[in-house]
Design a binder for this molecule. Structure first.
Ligand code: BES
Ligand code: MN
Ligand code: MN
Length: 456
């Protein structure tokens, strides 16, 4: 391992240069204008992996954006690790809020700034560079490793299920590792042991066939914006609980030991609140902030539109209104069940005089790791070796649909070994990657492969 670690140290800055080249490709999966860029992005990764002695590297087309597959199977008798990541990135708007352009990555203050540096290109490269360190020193990996890097994570992984079914044999492994989450805080190695799921709908409220003069018609027909506002107002009670019937039906309550574990983390709520810029913390009564974010389901209106949006005043009854509504889910809630319940709720609370339609946009299931499996201790040890600090267990409020899908399909444990930071600006302007985390992340991945190779 000494040679491997020395290689990582010796190539520290070149590893960053290599990442910068990849981040230059604007692989925005949600924007049809960038379809060719996402494909080029997949090819770039495939070529990078081809240079690392992989037995197979393939770009797998899907009905949407392509995924990249690679495997190193040169360690007979050793366990196989499946590493997952995504090569697509979020849109960059509002562009004028970026200090430096999103696809011209730059270094400032020990950080690399650019779209996708941490979500998730930097974290995919952490594994690529750990692999490189083994290949260029020892000549091969100590374990068998397969890698699947999809191109549609940021748009809901719509084609992933089909891919996983078709390629089940190629993706067989003993353990899964996903590096696409954040650490609890600076310098604190953190294994994520829970992700929330997601149910995302759009609700449409239609009224008159066209915008009407509000003087000539106001009072005579229902107003879709009024109706939608009224409907959205019924989603929570004054305790911050979701009032959709049956919403909490399948929620696993937090166990006492889980609450104690969360309570034991060094969470500075004041500092956290400051980082959000919000005037006060707010959420479901009876739970702490971390419990609310990690282990309780939530419902949020992500966007709303309808009516006159221009300068000044315009007197109309708008023809239509719509809202995008997302729910973060916890075990054992199911996205399809929640969408049904939401649809029933909106139908029930729709006032007379409008037509209401609910469309399912995308979803993902929640995940709770089987932490009594010995591989979690192994992963903690690897993480701590690199960072020189004890590793904590944490959860995340975000979602990675792949994780639960692969866990259910294979029955294998998934290690969420992430190297982001809570204030990394993922999905926002000025996304950044801590360069120390990148460097120590590469060592963590190398130690992980080494530790897995020595599992009894
Ligand atoms: N890397 C994130 C998941 C994540 C979010 C991890 C927050 C840790 C904290 C992932 O790329 C992501 O953004 N997921 C989406 C999923 C959705 C588009 C299906 C999310 O959580 O909104
Ligand atoms: Mn991600
Ligand atoms: Mn993301």
């Amino acid at each position: 391992m000494q040679d491997v670690i020395a290689y990582v140290d010796a190539n520290r800055s070149r590893f960053v240069d290599d990442l910068i080249e990849w981040v230059r490709i604007p692989s925005v999966s949600s924007d049809p204008k960038h379809t060719a860029d996402v494909a080029r992005n997949a090819e770039h990764l495939a070529n990078t992996l081809r240079a690392l002695g992989a037995g197979r590297v393939e770009v797998w087309p899907t009905a949407g954006h392509p995924a990249v597959f690679a495997e190193w199977m040169g360690a007979p008798g050793k366990p196989t690790l499946l590493v997952y990541g995504h090569h697509d990135v979020q849109p960059v708007d509002p562009l004028n809020e970026w200090v430096t352009p999103p696809f011209e990555p730059s270094m400032r203050g020990g950080r690399l700034w650019g779209r996708g540096v941490v979500d998730d290109k930097g974290q995919v490269f952490i594994h690529a560079k750990a692999i490189e360190a083994f290949v260029k020193t020892v000549g091969r990996l100590p374990i068998n490793l397969r890698m699947i890097v999809e191109g549609e994570e940021e748009v809901g992984s719509g084609n992933l299920d089909i891919l996983l079914r078709e390629k089940a044999k190629d993706l067989a492994a003993d353990f899964v590792c996903v590096s696409d989450t954040a650490m609890f805080g600076r310098g604190i190695p953190s294994l994520c042991v829970g992700l929330r799921g997601l149910a995302y709908v759009e609700v449409f409220v239609d009224g008159p066939a066209l915008d009407l003069h509000s003087g000539s018609f106001g009072g005579g027909v229902a107003n879709p914006v009024n109706a939608l506002a009224q409907m959205l107002g019924t989603l929570h009670d004054t305790d911050g609980r979701v009032t959709v019937e049956g919403f909490y039906e399948h929620v696993l309550p937090l166990k006492d030991h889980e609450r104690r574990e969360i309570e034991s983390l060094p969470f500075d709520e004041k500092e956290w609140l400051r980082s959000t810029g919000a005037p006060a913390v707010f959420g479901e009564k009876g739970y702490t902030t971390l419990e609310r974010i990690w282990a309780r389901p939530t419902l949020d209106v992500c966007g709303i539109s309808g009516g006159f949006q221009g300068e000044g005043a315009k007197t109309i009854i708008p023809a239509r209104a719509s809202a995008k509504v997302s729910c973060r889910l916890v075990p054992d809630q199911e996205p399809d069940d929640i969408v049904r319940k939401l649809t029933a709720h909106f139908t029930r609370v729709a006032p007379p005089g409008v037509r209401v339609r609910v469309e399912n946009l995308h979803g993902g299931r929640p995940y709770l790791a089987p932490t009594d499996h010995p591989v979690y201790e192994i992963a903690k040890r690897a993480f701590s070796k690199a960072f020189g600090k004890p590793t904590v267990f944490m959860r995340e409020g975000g979602s990675i649909p792949f994780v639960r899908t692969i866990a259910d399909a294979t029955g294998k444990p998934c290690l969420l070994m992430g190297f982001g930071q809570p204030d990394e600006n993922a999905h926002a302007p000025n996304e950044w990657l801590d360069l120390e985390n990148y460097h120590l992340g590469i060592k963590s991945a190398a130690y992980l492969y080494d530790e897995i190779a020595r599992m009894p």
